[in-house]
Write a protein that binds this ligand. Structure first.
Ligand SMILES: [Zn+2]
Length: 447
């Protein structure tokens, strides 16, 4: 309103000056020089207008404004790896754990409330294993155990959290003062070669499927598997999986998949797709990130990229060669951490990893880096195509927002950069929920 008034006043003042200019025509140079202050007057009016529209807030006012917005909008994180922690009998998601401690993890229900995060997509994750009948059976078993653990969490803490399978569930639960637990599945490996498995997971609440993880699988090639030099993209079976996701109303997640797989998916999908936890390659050159061309293609498809909080996806790291050498030695000694099931060995690796971190601390990305990536998507594709997918408990976490209790800091930085409440609402969940609704509509049309 203030802006409109000033704008009107501004226009009036400008018209008046133009009129004056016309009257002055034909007068002497000396008289014309009386108009010299005009550019200064214009600059002054523009300055007043700018300040009135974007008042400079004190840090306290900015925090207050950000807190109000953060509380009002639906806040959704589309990716965390907390589901596998639910299998640990010695860890309880209903209890508050002190942030920063290794055993605390990055998400629990009390800290979700504290950080004002309304909805979380808990990703059922199974690392890529052998593509054999035995391998598929084991993967399915793990997936079902994690799925059951998510259901159990909702049954055990009904006053704190509810299972969400529709966007409306999240808005309803927020009104009830509860957290919403959506379910995603990271890696299509547990689908095996049988679409009936996908239907079973859907019936248990899975609403997005990340087609692969760090290695190629039967569905598609991964962005980080260079064992085979060929990028074969989406397989014929992968095309069937995408079609079945479209039919069921499961969002197809293109995070982790190779560039060819990405473009192949866009060719065959009937519904918009999501990148549940990926960032911008233009700002951090990782194969896990999306190039500007991919971001534009995703937007043209009506999808959304959810910025991931993993340092190496946010900024090109300042590598410490000694740290890298020691980490490589650790990796060579034990292989991939996620593939190791023996808890005693896992604990030993954690301890060794922690010791390395103490000796050579990693330079972490910051909340500003996260918002730089949001800014970049807005610049490249527009405000309707970006959101947040932290990857907490899967490597995500930045300086200033290193666990779910600090989620508010992202809103604060968005407010600092002049994002309006309407835009913040889109980033924090509006865009992802819009895609989810479209996926459901398209699925209903096809059945
Ligand atoms: Zn991931």
């Amino acid at each position: 309103m203030i802006c409109a008034t000033i704008a009107r006043h501004d226009k009036f003042a400008l018209n008046k000056n133009f009129e004056m200019n016309a009257i002055m025509k034909g007068k002497t140079m000396k008289q014309k020089n009386a108009l010299f202050p005009f550019p200064f007057l214009l600059a002054y009016v523009l300055f007043v207008w700018q300040v009135a529209c974007h008042p400079i807030l004190t840090e306290k006012e900015l925090e207050g404004k950000a807190r109000t917005i953060h509380e009002r909008v639906l806040t959704v994180d589309t990716h965390c790896d907390t589901a596998s922690r639910l299998l640990d009998k010695n860890w309880d998601i209903g209890v508050r754990h002190e942030p920063g401690q290794r055993r605390s993890g990055m998400i629990d229900l009390p800290r979700m409330t504290e950080g004002g995060l309304d909805a979380e997509f808990f990703a059922v994750f199974v690392g890529q294993g052998e593509r054999t009948e035995e391998g598929y059976a084991k993967a399915k078993n793990t997936a079902l155990r994690e799925l059951d653990a998510i259901h159990l969490m909702c049954q055990k803490y009904p006053a704190l959290v509810g299972l969400a399978t529709l966007p409306e569930d999240a808005y309803r639960l927020k009104k009830e003062g509860k957290r919403a637990a959506f379910v995603g599945m990271e890696n299509g490996y547990p689908v095996g070669k049988n679409l009936a498995n996908l239907r079973e997971y859907y019936n248990k609440g899975v609403r997005y499927l990340t087609l692969c993880h760090t290695r190629d699988n039967d569905i598609c090639d991964s962005s980080t598997d260079r064992l085979s030099p060929e990028d074969n993209g989406l397989s014929d079976f992968g095309k069937e999986v995408v079609a079945e996701c479209n039919r069921l109303g499961v969002m197809v997640d293109v995070s982790h998949i190779s560039d060819k797989s990405f473009f192949d998916v866009l060719k065959v999908t009937k519904a918009p797709v999501i990148a549940s936890h990926s960032s911008c390659r233009a700002l951090s050159d990782s194969p896990r990130n999306l190039s500007d061309e991919m971001i534009r293609a995703l937007a043209a498809n009506g999808g959304v990229i959810q910025i991931c909080f993993l340092t190496s996806y946010l900024r090109t790291p300042n590598l410490n060669p000694e740290r890298e050498k020691t980490l490589k030695e650790l990796q060579d000694k034990y292989g991939s951490f996620r593939e190791i099931k023996d808890e005693a060995i896992r604990e030993k690796i954690r301890q060794e990893y922690e010791a390395i971190n103490e000796r050579f601390p990693e330079e972490k990305a910051t909340v500003k880096d996260v918002v730089d990536h949001i800014d970049h998507v807005v610049k490249v594709a527009g405000i309707d195509f970006v959101g947040i997918g932290t990857d907490f408990d899967g490597g995500g976490g930045v300086e200033g927002c290193n666990d779910v209790s600090q989620m508010f800091r992202v809103t604060e930085e968005l407010v600092r950069r002049g994002y309006s409440e309407k835009k913040i609402e889109k980033i924090w969940g509006g865009n992802a929920m819009h895609v989810f609704r479209r996926v459901i509509e398209i699925s209903k049309r096809s059945s």
